[in-house]
Design a protein around this ligand. Structure first.
Ligand code: HEC
Length: 512
C-alpha cells in the first residue's frame, strides 16, 4: 500500500515539472522585477487591467523579445515557445486572489522628496512660469518642461511608468500632479523643477483631479474600486471611499473631475448608473456615512461629513462627460453613443442629445457664435465633429472630417479649431475648422505617414504645438495664423502637452 502511494506521488511530481505551471514560471523569471501578485515593483504591474491597452500579440512579443533600451529582456532563449504562450495567456487572467491595496500600503509607498515648507517663493529661472508647457513623453516615460516663449526645454525627468489622464495643476500653476496607470500620484514643483512627493494610491488608476482651492487631490481607481482623497500638503491619504452603487455592487471609476465653480469633485463610474459629486465646500450640507452608503473613514483622521459623495441616479451607465462653463450642466455619453444632459443642481436629466457613433465629449471645446454658446467634440468611430448649441441642447452641425479623431483644440484668440484623424488612415493630417462658419478650411500634414495629433496653444494663442506621436517623435511649433512650421523639438512619443496658463484659467479651447 505504502510503496504504491509514494510511486503515485512521484509520478505526480514528475508530471508537474514537465507541464510548466505559469505561476511557477512567473515566480522563477518575472517576480523579482514585476513584484508579488503581479502588482509591480521596479517594473510595471502585470494584472489584466494593466495590460488592457496593449495591442493583440504585444504581450507575447514583449516576453519573447523584450523592450529595447529597458530592463525588460527577451526570454526567447530561456523559455520554450509553449511556456511563453502559457505565461502570456495567464497574464490576461485575473489572479485567483484579488490583490488588495489598503491605506497601510499607500502610506508605506509614500515618498517625500522635499519639505514643502522650505520651498522658495519664486521660480529659479527666467521663463514665464505661466507659459510653461508640461509634455508627457510616453515613448520612454519622461516628462519635459518647456519654456513656451522660447520653445526650449528647461527640465526633463523620468516619470512613473505609463502616465495618463493628463496632468493637473494647482490653482496658482505652481505644482503639477500626475497619475500613472499603476496607481502612482506624483507632485512636481514647477518653480524648483523638482519632484516633491509621490504615493501609490491603487494598483490601477484612471486619473486625478485637483480641488480649485488647491487643498485636495482626488484619485479614481479601477483596482481596487476606490476613490482616494489626498492632502496636497505631503500627498497624505486622508480618506478612501469604496465605490459601491445603490445595490452594493463595486464599480470602477471612469474619471474624476474638478467642478471649480461648485467647489466639488464629480465622479463618473464605469459600471454603475450613478453620478457622484463630492463637495469640498466647508459649509456644504453634510452627508453622513451610512446615509447613502456605508463609507469607511480615513484611518486616524476625523473627516468632516461634507467630503462624502452625493449620488445622482442615472437611467444608464454614462462615463464620458463634458461640463458647461458654470458646471451647472453636464453632457454625458455612454459607450454606445446615447447622450443626455444632467442638471447637477436638480440632479436630474433635462435633455437627451441625438448623438451616435462614439462621441468623445471628454475632448470637447466651447466657443461663442452670434451670441450662442456652442460646444464641439470629435467622434471616436466616425469622421465628424459634432457642434451642439448649449442654450437649446440641440445639434446644430455635423462637420465631416476624413476620419475619426481623438482631440479637438482651440483658443480664445484664434478663429480656428484643430482636430486630428488619428483613429484612421489619415492619422497624419490635422483638419482646421473655422469656428465662424463651422467648415473645414485647411488640412495640415506636418510629417506624412506619421501620427500628427494633440494640439495645445501658447497662453496668447499665437502658436499651436503639435505632437508627432512616434518613438522617436517630435513636438512641432506652428504659427497659428500662417500655419507655417516655426520649430521642431525631438521628443519620445509626446502623447500630450499642457500649457499652465490655459489649464489654470480653464481656456475654453482645451479640456480640463
Ligand atoms: C530585470 C527586470 C525584469 C524581469 C526579470 C522581467 N521584466 Fe518584464 N519588464 C521589465 C521592465 C522594466 C518593463 C517596462 C519596459 C518599458 O519601459 O516599456 C517590463 C515590461 C514587461 C511587459 C510589458 C508591460 C506593459 O504594460 O507594457 C510585459 C508583458 C512583461 N514585462 C512581462 C514579463 C514576464 C512575463 C517576465 C518573466 C518571464 C518578465 N517580464 C521579466 C522588467 C523585467
Amino acid at each position: 500500500m505504502l510503496p504504491k502511494l509514494s510511486a503515485a506521488i512521484l509520478l505526480l511530481l514528475s508530471l508537474q515539472s514537465l507541464a510548466a505551471d505559469p505561476a511557477t514560471l512567473y515566480q522563477q523569471h518575472c517576480l523579482t522585477c514585476h513584484g508579488n501578485q503581479r502588482m509591480g515593483s521596479m517594473a510595471p504591474a502585470l494584472l489584466p487591467q494593466s495590460l488592457e491597452r496593449l495591442k493583440p500579440g504585444e504581450i507575447l512579443s514583449v516576453i519573447r523579445q523584450g523592450r529595447p533600451a529597458t530592463q525588460m529582456q527577451g526570454f526567447a532563449d530561456r523559455l520554450s515557445a509553449e511556456d511563453i504562450q502559457l505565461l502570456a495567456n495567464w497574464l490576461r487572467q485575473a489572479p485567483s486572489e484579488v490583490p488588495q491595496w489598503r491605506e497601510q500600503d499607500m502610506n508605506a509607498s509614500r515618498v517625500q522628496y522635499l519639505d514643502p515648507a522650505t520651498l522658495p517663493t519664486r521660480p529659479g529661472y527666467r521663463a514665464d512660469p505661466h507659459n510653461l508647457f508640461v509634455v508627457v513623453e510616453a515613448g520612454d516615460h519622461h516628462v519635459s518642461v518647456l519654456d513656451g516663449d522660447r520653445f526650449e526645454p528647461i527640465a526633463r525627468f523620468q516619470s512613473r511608468f505609463a502616465l495618463h489622464g493628463g496632468p493637473k495643476f494647482s490653482p496658482d500653476g505652481r505644482f503639477v500632479y500626475f497619475a500613472s496607470r499603476d496607481g502612482w500620484v506624483s507632485q512636481y514643483d514647477l518653480y524648483t523643477l523638482q519632484m516633491v512627493a509621490e504615493i501609490r494610491v491603487g494598483l490601477n488608476t484612471r486619473n486625478l483631479a485637483v480641488s480649485s482651492d488647491g487643498r485636495w487631490v482626488l484619485a479614481g481607481n479601477t483596482l481596487p474600486e476606490t476613490l482616494v482623497l489626498l492632502d496636497t500638503n505631503g500627498l497624505k491619504p486622508v480618506k478612501t471611499i469604496p465605490v459601491k452603487d445603490r445595490s452594493g455592487k463595486l464599480s470602477r471609476v471612469s474619471a474624476v473631475y474638478d467642478a471649480a465653480p461648485r467647489r466639488s469633485f464629480v465622479v463618473a463610474l464605469k459600471d454603475a448608473s450613478e453620478l457622484w459629486e463630492i463637495s469640498y465646500r466647508e459649509d456644504a450640507e453634510p452627508i453622513y456615512p451610512g446615509y447613502v452608503h456605508d463609507y469607511k473613514m480615513g484611518e486616524g483622521l476625523a473627516i468632516p461629513g461634507y467630503l462624502n459623495p452625493r449620488v445622482t441616479p442615472l437611467d444608464m451607465v454614462l462615463d464620458d462627460f463634458f461640463f458647461d462653463t458654470r458646471y451647472q450642466h453636464v453632457m454625458a455619453a455612454s459607450r454606445d453613443g446615447s447622450a443626455q444632459v444632467i442638471n447637477l443642481d436638480s440632479r436630474s436629466k433635462v435633455a437627451t442629445l441625438p448623438l451616435d457613433g462614439m462621441p468623445h465629449l471628454g475632448s470637447g471645446i466651447t466657443f461663442e457664435q452670434d451670441g450662442h454658446h456652442l460646444m464641439a467634440s470629435p467622434n471616436l468611430n466616425s469622421g465628424r465633429v459634432t457642434v451642439i448649441d448649449m442654450d437649446r441642447w440641440q445639434v446644430v452641425k455635423q462637420i465631416t472630417t476624413p476620419g475619426p479623431g481623438f482631440f479637438l483644440r482651440s483658443h480664445e484668440q484664434t478663429p480656428y479649431a484643430w482636430v486630428d484623424a488619428m483613429m484612421s488612415p489619415r492619422k497624419d493630417t490635422l483638419f482646421i475648422i473655422d469656428k465662424r462658419t463651422l467648415q473645414v478650411v485647411r488640412e495640415l500634414t506636418l510629417r506624412p505617414g506619421k501620427t500628427n495629433a494633440h494640439v495645445e496653444f501658447t497662453r496668447d494663442g499665437r502658436y499651436a504645438l503639435v505632437s508627432i506621436m512616434e518613438s522617436p517623435g517630435e513636438l512641432i511649433v506652428v504659427d497659428a495664423r500662417t500655419l507655417q512650421e516655426v520649430k521642431s523639438l525631438p521628443m519620445m512619443k509626446p502623447i500630450g502637452k499642457y500649457n499652465v496658463y490655459n489649464k489654470v484659467n480653464r481656456s475654453e479651447g482645451t479640456s480640463h
